[in-house]
Write a protein that binds this ligand. Structure first.
Ligand code: DC
Length: 232
């Protein structure tokens, strides 16, 4: 049962539609914590790659399960600047987990039930401790089905691929637009069709398609929604 003084804002949606940008802005504005659950799945994927648990696109699940207790994921969210860093066992992996190698394997890792159960437990624990905005794929459906605010974000495939491509380029990482578009579509397909907690909009989530919205319009739209919901 959740403490009623604690506010949970759940943001789910397709990959690369700007969930984390909006979530960070909200956390900064509302002075609450931000948890990027995609970064958690990405960090587990990086750990599995580094330890040789992934071969030919398949994971040695028992080996990864055995190693779970050696995986510690922490965040350092700076509410002043709105920047967030992900640490895997104390190492800042924020940049590495966004690269194509991790991106190409993360949907496979996040479809493994044992991985999901472990990460969902950690995520629920965080929501018991403090108000937060959490983004991912199953936050409003599985992690916090009782969240006060639930938003399901999306945008067209092409708009999302262009945004991810620009982001990678901006960081000096190599990738072609076609490769990124393929990765975006492939991740949506795997995320939406997996047996365990597939990506879907919770019945009581509010849909936000931001294909033709500016960042400012979108942010105002969400603030208005929170205002309406919390006044009820
Ligand atoms: O949000 P992102 O693109 O960084 O997420 C990376 C992958 O992790 C994505 O392909 C799906 C998976 N994921 C998930 O299955 N459940 C979550 N709550 C968050 C992410």
């Amino acid at each position: 049962m959740q403490n009623t003084d604690i506010m949970v804002i759940a943001i789910d949606g397709h990959s690369s539609c700007g969930k984390s940008t909006v979530a960070k802005e909200l956390a900064k504005k509302l002075h609450i914590a931000y948890v990027d659950t995609g970064a958690m799945y990405r960090s587990v994927t990086l750990y599995a790659l580094r330890n040789g648990f992934i071969k030919d696109g398949q994971c040695d699940v028992p080996a990864l399960e055995n190693a779970f207790d050696n995986i510690k994921i922490t965040f350092d969210f700076n509410a002043e600047t709105g920047t967030n860093c992900t640490f895997l066992n104390g190492e800042n992996v924020e940049s590495e987990i966004r690269g194509l190698e991790v991106s190409s394997n993360v949907s496979m890792i996040s479809a493994i039930p044992q991985v999901r159960h472990r990460l969902v437990d950690w995520q629920r624990q965080m929501g018991k401790e403090k108000s937060l905005v959490m983004d991912g794929r199953d936050i409003g459906t599985v992690v916090f089905p009782d969240a006060q605010i639930k938003i399901f974000m999306t945008a067209s495939d092409e708009v999302r691929a262009q945004r991810r491509y620009d982001e990678l380029k901006g960081k000096g990482q190599e990738a072609s637009y076609e490769e990124v578009l393929f990765n975006v579509r492939e991740r949506d397909r795997i995320d939406s069709t997996r047996a365990e907690s597939p990506l879907r909009k919770a019945d009581d989530a509010v849909l936000l398609d931001n294909s033709n919205m500016t960042r400012e319009e979108q942010f105002q739209w969400i603030l208005d929604l929170i205002d309406t919901k919390t006044k009820k």
